[in-house]
Design a protein around this ligand. Structure first.
Ligand code: GLN
Length: 554
């Protein structure tokens, strides 16, 4: 029988419910259980794919091509739970399923209502992850308790737990202890009220996880216990992490969370083996050497917009024993004139994915600086397209070369719409999405992967225009990764440059703290060598002088 943990959040949004749910998954997996992770989001978009990153942060893509909430990235980084389209439901996805059934006449003349039809659909979504070999499904409810739009989800999980055998469901509520700087006090009232809202709708949390800036005293835990009807030992503290988010499973283990969950769900839990996570944290704490990487993107002021990229970079830092210092540059601000000033002293340059025309000239200028100065470059998706545009314009002399996404009238459409996209007009879920296989030929990328065939996740409508392959190739650009089925360029490199790799896919979605993605790992390794002055045209030199000046003369 699969057991269920429901994670809700109170007081404020952005408390880190996703990280907490992922850490619970991590602890249970390391205690020997088979875990599944799921997120229920109250907004009405069918998926986040059509949302602006300012609204929602990055769109996380799965192998099966689903466009998902970024919390699923935490689930994949902290656990090995396989993720599919069934792992993220929104109000929109639930309602469209119900409305399709209604149109098909499946409700046999009934009035279709929130209770029971919408709540039944939500419960069916939760049940999709139950299976004989699955021990625990962890379902995180997006939004904050008290929001109007999350009510059907909370109602559904209340009903769900009532319908399961006693002891098969556990409610974990994440809340905030508010710290008043003026009086130097932690306050529990917002927590009491948020638990009150949950109890009003019939959910009694079993475990309260209290986010807090300052240590929670025992007296305070007792008070929360009394007012919230939660056993005192089940009121646990989650202080802000000091060094890295990967401390969280360790912190929750130290607070006795696995034992509480084991007791709550009647599970025989071993002691979670968190040694791999201890090593990660020790490496992060013990690392002093810094490597500075510039990220030139359009949504740079919003950390969540490039969440998986920053995480993948942190993983590569752990793998290389360096601390990554990010120089976040808005591509709107970069021009060919100021690029050398804005990028001076960086050890690597990354251009992330993106859409539309804003900021693209800044990205092209950043690519040019990287290419001309031998600074390691990693281009992701739009970052490949910008690298191609830059090469076409500045090396092949194709003036005004561009992407048809930006300039449909361009004289040199070096990036053009994928054939399969020609007749598509709907925006939701219609890009080239998910896992595709690429065949690699000799180059930095193949060296990094150490294999000939790779599978990576895609999310795009435009591609390298094969009509220009010969011309760019003759000018030196190397096409070192081609889709295994279609003749699509997936990787470009600039031979002769110490480390210049751009890919049409999103490797950031497949990096883990325990297993850095090979491209990020090698990019950061090259950046470290660049910082040390040991990066030559053939890669890292063993006998190069140490501490050569940053990029000068390269
Ligand atoms: N806008 C580009 C395309 O659709 C790149 C997409 C991306 O960076 N994810 O092809």
């Amino acid at each position: 029988m699969t057991k269920h943990i429901f994670v809700t959040g109170g007081v404020v949004s952005s408390l880190g419910k996703g990280l907490t749910a992922a850490s619970i998954g991590c602890l249970l997996e390391n205690a020997g259980l088979n875990v599944r992770m799921q997120k229920l989001d109250p907004y009405i978009n069918v998926d986040p794919g059509t949302m602006n990153p300012y609204q929602h942060g990055e769109v996380y893509v799965l192998d099966d091509g689903s466009e998902m909430d970024l919390d699923l990235g935490h689930y994949e980084r902290f656990t090995n739970a396989p993720l599919t389209a069934d792992c993220n439901y929104t109000t929109g996805k639930i309602y469209s399923a119900v409305i399709s059934k209604e149109r098909a006449g499946e409700y046999l003349g009934q009035t279709v209502q929130v209770i029971p039809h919408i709540t039944d659909e939500i419960k069916a979504a939760i049940d999709k992850l139950s299976a004989p070999d699955v021990d625990v499904v962890i379902t995180e409810i997006g939004g904050t308790v008290g929001d109007i739009e999350s009510l059907p989800f909370l109602e559904a999980i209340r009903q769900y737990s009532l319908e399961q055998p006693k002891g098969d469901c556990l409610f974990v509520h994440l809340t905030l202890l508010v710290y008043l700087t003026a009086s130097g006090e932690l306050k529990t009232k917002p927590t009491q009220q948020s638990v009150g809202r949950l109890r009003e709708i019939g959910i009694q949390p079993d475990i309260l996880i209290c986010r807090t800036e300052k240590p929670m005293t025992e007296a305070m835990a007792r008070k929360i216990s009394l007012f919230c009807n939660v056993r005192p030992e089940a009121v646990i503290e989650e202080q802000d992490v000091a060094h890295t988010i990967y401390e969280l499973p360790l912190m929750l283990k130290a607070q006795g969370l696995p034992k509480l969950i084991g007791e709550g769900l009647n599970l025989q839990l071993g002691d979670p083996d968190v040694s791999a996570w201890e090593r990660i944290v020790d490496t992060v704490i013990g690392t002093t050497k810094e490597v500075e990487i510039a990220v030139a993107g359009k949504y740079i002021e919003l950390h969540d917009a490039y969440k998986s990229i920053y995480e993948a970079m942190a993983h590569a830092g752990i793998a290389n024993g360096v601390r990554i210092k990010l120089r976040k540059l808005s591509s709107d601000d970069i021009t060919p004139e100021n690029a050398s000033k804005l990028l001076s002293g960086v050890d690597g340059i990354l251009v992330p994915g993106g859409f539309g025309g804003r900021g693209i000239e800044g990205k092209v200028a950043a690519v040019q600086f990287a290419r001309e100065n031998g600074v390691p470059y990693l281009g992701l998706c739009y970052g490949l397209q910008m690298a191609v545009i830059e090469y076409a314009r500045n090396v092949c002399g194709l003036e005004g070369a561009s992407s048809m996404e930006i300039d449909p009238e361009t004289a040199h459409p070096v990036i053009c719409l994928l054939d399969e996209q020609q007749r598509i007009t709907d925006k939701g879920g219609t890009m080239r999405l998910g896992a595709q296989t690429t065949k690699l030929t000799a180059g930095r990328a193949r060296d990094a992967y150490g294999t000939e065939h790779i599978t990576e996740r895609h999310r795009h409508r435009y591609e390298f225009n094969n009509a220009y392959r010969e011309q760019l190739g003759a000018a030196g650009m190397a096409f070192t990764g081609i889709d295994s089925d279609k003749d699509l360029v997936e990787i470009v490199e600039v031979p002769g440059h110490p480390w210049f790799v751009a890919v049409q896919y999103h490797p950031e979605f497949k990096s883990k703290p325990t297993a850095s993605h090979p491209l990020f790992r090698e990019f950061v390794k090259a950046s470290r060598a660049f910082a040390d002055g040991t990066l030559g045209a053939d890669g890292e030199k063993s006998n190069a002088p140490e501490h050569a000046p940053h990029g000068e003369g390269r």
